[in-house]
Design a protein around this ligand. Sequence first.
Ligand SMILES: C[S@@+](CC[C@H](N)C(=O)[O-])C[C@H]1O[C@@H](n2cnc3c(N)ncnc32)[C@H](O)[C@@H]1O
Length: 268
Amino acid sequence: METILTEHMPSSELVTDNPAGIAAEDAEWSNPALSEWWQREFTDGVDPEYTEQILPLIVSEVGGSDRVLDVGTGEGQVARALTEVGCRVIGLDPFDAQVHEARRRGGGVSYALAEAAHLPVADGSMDAVVACLVFEHIDDVDGAIAEVARVLRPGGRFLFLLNHPLLQTPGSGWIDDQLLDPPEQYWRIGPYLIEQATVEQVQRDIFVRFIHRPLSRYLNALADHGLVLQHMHEPAPPSGFMADAPEFVEAHTVPRLLALRLERVSRP
Ligand SMILES: C[S@@+](CC[C@H](N)C(=O)[O-])C[C@H]1O[C@@H](n2cnc3c(N)ncnc32)[C@H](O)[C@@H]1O
């Protein structure tokens, strides 16, 4: 497998680590099986990380905004939570299997088919934008960040949630090394500086393509577009998650989630 060390690599040069040789289209969100897996396993209250941590965090950070855009809305759980607290929310996703289900679940949100790098929204028209666990799936990261900056009014908020790009790099995990004397337990971090797509098996017959990028790649692109960091959350995994995943109990000091609140300043 070839790897490329880079700080700023065009997406066309991304190297994909795909040891199982899964057909690319099977691991993309255009495959309706991925939307069905996501809806079944992570929405409608079945996932404690969403119910105990992600949705409350989003509501506390963005719930006071009026016009909110939810980029990569999926089946709409983030958009619905914000609508419930009085926001006027537009949810966008490029894939019909998600938008169709989002409309079916209702909740007073306006939905449309659109991808992050081409937002069908007027300049400066949004008080807040949310992207929850979406940018790991976007090739054109610079185009998507430029679009977020374009649609936000000056002073507007961008709430940006990612699988923690430093601590959850592909290949990271809890190691219990019994061969050492004394045995050692530690959190291993996979290759960090490599901007790389990885096809991961998330369930039997379900594969998802993730793109890992170093944190500096994101923060510098955000700053270049006038999106400046105001607050950073690195919460410990919530108790309901660890009850289902006891292997994470010893690793409870290692966050799985990173949430950044950025403010749109005038043109940099
Ligand atoms: C892990 S799901 C998260 C869904 C939702 N944000 C949530 O938190 O429940 C990732 C979502 O990103 C969407 N997605 C994939 N590529 C995208 C792109 N280029 N632009 C916008 N959304 C995209 C997928 O269709 C999917 O709904």
